[in-house]
Design a binder for this molecule. Sequence first.
Ligand code: HEM
Length: 421
Amino acid sequence: MFNHLVLAALSLITTYLFIQLRYKRLQQFAHLPQLPPSLVWGHMIVYDEFSKRGKKDRHPDLVFDSINKALGSPPVMLVDMRPVSKPAAVITSHDLAEQVAKSSELFPRSLPKNPCIIDLVHLIGPNSIISAEGIDDYTPEFLSYTADQLRSFFPVGHDTTSILMGWILYELSRNPHALKAVRAELDEICGTDPDPAVVRAKLYEGGEDLIRRMTYISAVIKETIRLHPPASTARYSKPGTGFTVRTANGEEHCLDGCIIYNCHTIIHRGRSVYGDTADDFIPERWLGDTDTSDVGDSLEKRQSVNANRNFPAIAWRPFERGPRNCIGQELANLEARIRVAFIIRKHNFVKIGLGEIKRNDNAQPALGDNGSYRVKEEPYPVSIRRRFPRWIKLTTPEDVTSENTKPVHGMKMKVKVASAS
Ligand code: HEM
């Protein structure tokens, strides 16, 4: 009798688990475009297959890109890696990304951050601007938590900006026309002496005005960060909240219960916006539209698709947009301009390892049709996420920024002192 009862209970539990599993894997997010899920493994096996088709260590964004293309480039797609992580809605269109980041009636301060940020709370503090939700006033209490904010700035401020600088030097090293134009602009703005001490004195003297005149350099920064976006945003809408995005053809997708990931790597190379040259480095595409940050813009300007701009403002979002956009974007842009001004005329940067320039029979760099030097093998972004169980405490600043798209092998370059320009 007892055995029968145990058997009956076991079969009930098994049936319950099976129904739950079938619902979660095959029905819960069936409305979202996705690769065929396995009942047991979700997308884990198929994700693994896609990740093995390229460089093993490449950033997940590049795997998402292959999956997205295989699905016919839908604007949102589901990647279900449960139980390793929450199901993710990967956003690949700027229109949908904007709906995620902007303020709405449902979320006046925009969609809350992905709760995984909790893993970092002991590093950055419970009141960090990165993890805190719903701070209404700069009250004395809030100000007294300044230490948390400073601790947050160290990791998110240095890693992103150094990734940007690395890619700027790489792109300038393989795009001779852009390097020439940057040097010419600096000659005009700072004088022809490239000595950093002279440049510093000029910048001190001319301040903001000189920085504002760096239009070509701004275009270089804007184009570099488009092709190599260092960071992104991941949000979360609790089940039952009713957060819905609407695609261009009017389909509505409820994304409750998913981590919602605006995938800049895909969005920034969208053919519908950037055309056939989406993968090419063309700073000139930004001339006349070289704003590199949203700070100071009116809300209307930030949220509009401004007809005077070359491209829709929402299709270039390296610092994200909306109420939770990057607080350090102005600083990062300023830093990038000043660093370029200091080093780019005094030094020549030559990539070694991945990204090394191809040479023709005369040992001269081989120029491609798009005006860039051909490289032996393209460098690509990686993430350094530690694959440890969640109960192991993360301890280093790198852990806070581990998902950032870092250049593979660092950005190894030979640096030569340039002859007088
Ligand atoms: C090239 C450099 C940088 C890039 C590409 C970048 C990008 C981003 C992105 C994509 C976000 C996410 C916004 C969101 O979740 O919607 C973010 C947030 C943030 N960034 Fe940056 N960032 C850069 C530099 C900096 C610097 C220099 C600082 C500070 C000194 C900084 C401080 C922050 C902070 C505190 C947040 C959190 C804002 C919030 O959650 O409300 N960032 N950044």
